[in-house]
Design a protein around this ligand. Structure first.
Ligand code: 9Z3
Length: 314
């Protein structure tokens, strides 16, 4: 669906506005899309992995943001388990849902050659791999997982806009879970060197522009009724919660998940306008995302029950 902001459809053009033509009231009063069992469909857009900032149009060098994609991949699995259809917007080559258990550096250690020369998965990994294959196939075949890759900040924000405006019609049943590590600075395409920057030209001075803040635009224009969660990553624990609170108010987020670089795998804080809840992992093999997604699904249900357009942060 292509969404034209009402502002652009002014009377000078001679076109009827969406209000006049009844388009807006049609969509506002349409019953929510339902799944086969008759329950309204909930869709979450999970963003995952870091964006790159190319320094050359024919890119040899780029600036990257820290993120393995593990948080987004684990969260996707728990959202699917909770009945959500997930649009997984991820950095190419980053960690994928249902593949988190596979070792990246010793992939071949997982396999062995059986007596009849076929390949077998070594125990004790067999059970985990079987479960992962089963869950992955089910998610894809039943339409609960759509994967969209990005690499650069340009691709990321264009895909996010496209997904968000398409999710507008889901109203409050849509959710955004923005775990991707998004660059704050970039080189505009038209200012960028076309070919590889030459070191023979001496030291490199480069000015990076600020990436426009898109979260408020997503919240207010692209999908105004959706439930929005962003992440805040800091290295200084003394400023983390305050920065998360500020981000929530400034960008109109319903929830900000705050994490500190040194402990982000074992601990996060869920910050909403009224409270802060700590979520911890209970050991190496336990995903904190399990409890985190439970909390967010409950918050999303409360959001859906509210009369549309009314919001605690407004
Ligand atoms: C996060 O804070 C994620 O939790 C992590 C997950 C990137 C730490 P991994 O992918 O790590 O499991 O290795 N994501 C958001 C990071 C970010 O860039 N946030 C911006 C900020 O803090 C706002 S968009 O200002």
């Amino acid at each position: 669906m292509i969404y034209l902001p009402t502002k652009l459809m002014d009377s000078k053009s001679g076109m009827e506005t969406p209000q006049e033509s009844g388009v807006e009231s049609f969509f506002n009063s349409a019953p929510p899309l339902k799944d086969q069992s008759g329950k309204p469909i909930r869709v979450v857009c999970v963003t995952s992995g870091g964006t790159t900032v190319p320094l050359e149009q024919r890119c040899v060098r780029y600036i990257d943001n820290f993120s393995s994609g593990n948080r987004g991949a684990a969260s996707t699995e728990y959202f699917v388990k909770a009945g959500y259809a997930v649009i997984f917007v991820h950095r190419r080559g980053s960690c994928q849902p249902y593949c988190r258990y596979l070792p990246q550096d010793s992939f071949l250690d997982f396999f062995d050659i059986a007596e009849n020369s076929t390949i077998k998965v070594c125990e004790p990994h067999g059970t985990v791999v079987k479960g992962a294959i089963r869950d992955y196939r089910k998610a894809v075949e039943e339409g609960f997982l759509l994967k969209l890759p990005f690499t650069t900040i340009f691709e990321y924000l264009q895909i996010l806009q496209m997904v968000a405006t398409s999710m507008r019609c889901l109203k409050s049943h849509g959710m955004f879970y923005l775990a991707a590590a998004v660059s704050d600075f970039y080189v505009p395409w038209e200012n960028m060197a076309k070919h590889k920057i030459q070191s023979a030209e001496g030291p490199l001075d480069m000015r990076l522009n600020q990436v426009p803040k898109m979260l408020l635009v997503l919240r207010k224009e692209w999908a105004p009724a959706a439930f929005c969660i962003s992440f805040k990553l800091e290295t200084d624990p003394d400023i983390l919660l305050q920065k998360a609170d500020m981000a929530m108010r400034k960008h109109g987020m319903h929830v900000v998940v705050a994490n500190e670089l040194a402990t982000y795998k074992r601990e996060v804080s869920v910050v909403t306008s009224g409270e802060k809840t700590r979520v911890c992992s209970h050991g190496q093999d336990h995903d904190l995302e399990e409890e985190l997604i439970d909390i967010l699904v409950a918050r999303h249900s409360e959001h859906i029950k509210k009369p549309s357009g009314i919001d605690v942060n407004e």
